[in-house]
Design a binder for this molecule. Structure first.
Ligand code: DX5
Ligand code: ZN
Length: 230
């Protein structure tokens, strides 16, 4: 089990009219990353934000921006997001014609690279690209919307992914983060972390529970405490 859990609030559930304030508030509350959901109304049936918005929030926070691309095709957006200040770029491998090339492209642009596996997408997509991965993101809902319920089948999948990553790292491979996205709440985060996740995205759980002053310290502390209560 990882020592320090990374929390990545997803701004999909933030107030888009006050995005600068919202990302500053999650940083103040101890967020490790800003999770940035990019949807194209093609790969997923929803439309969100692009590189311009990434560049707009970049000066507001020091923490990394974790760009989750739910787009098809993938490659042409990578240089744009790198230029806009992204630190991590993940994509759904079935949306790229050449997964190995896309992973290289992300690193060539100075970002950490990763693949995102939908609930029904097998872990086997990791097999031949382990050296090119900085992060693996397991979706615990079907991508496209915030506020959905956590799919329980993600737990054994997380354990299996943890095992693959540990085996790889113990054999001298580089460090690979294991992130989970969708339906993460205070009442399930301990099981998610126990199953091997070291990075948790939380959208509606964070932005749906502001403190009286509009900040997010309370909910972020609740999530961290819940993650420790094994
Ligand atoms: C869903 C997105 C998630 C979403 C999570 O497609 O990738 O990042 O914002 O939202 P919650 O935490 O509300 O399930
Ligand atoms: Zn996401």
């Amino acid at each position: 089990m990882p020592n320090s859990l990374r929390l990545a609030p997803s701004i999909l559930s933030a107030d888009f009219a006050r995005l600068g304030e919202e990302v500053r508030a999650i940083e103040t509350a101890g967020a490790d990353l800003v999770h940035f959901d990019v949807m194209d109304n093609h790969y997923v049936p929803n439309l969100t934000i692009g590189p311009l918005v990434c560049a707009a929030i970049r000066p507001h926070v020091k923490i990394g921006i974790d760009v989750h691309l739910m787009v098809e095709p993938v490659d042409s957006l990578i240089p744009l997001f790198a230029k806009a200040g992204a630190n991590i770029i993940t994509f759904h491998p079935e949306a790229s014609r050449h997964v190995d090339r896309t992973l290289q492209l992300i690193r060539d642009h100075g970002c950490k690279a990763g693949i995102v596996l939908n609930p029904a997408t097998p872990l086997d997509w990791m097999d031949h690209v382990m050296e090119r991965l900085d992060i693996v993101l397991l979706m615990s809902v079907n991508p496209g919307f915030g506020g959905q319920s956590f799919i329980e089948a993600t737990l054994p999948k997380l354990r299996a992914a943890r095992q693959r990553i540990d085996t790889f790292m113990n054999a001298g491979g580089q460090s690979i983060w294991l992130e989970v996205d969708g339906g993460v709440k205070a009442d399930n985060i301990n099981r998610i972390v126990a199953a091997g996740a070291d990075t948790c995205v939380a959208g509606s759980a964070v932005f749906g529970s502001p403190d009286a002053d509009g900040g997010y310290r309370g909910v972020m502390n609740t999530l961290r405490e819940a993650a420790r209560s094994l």
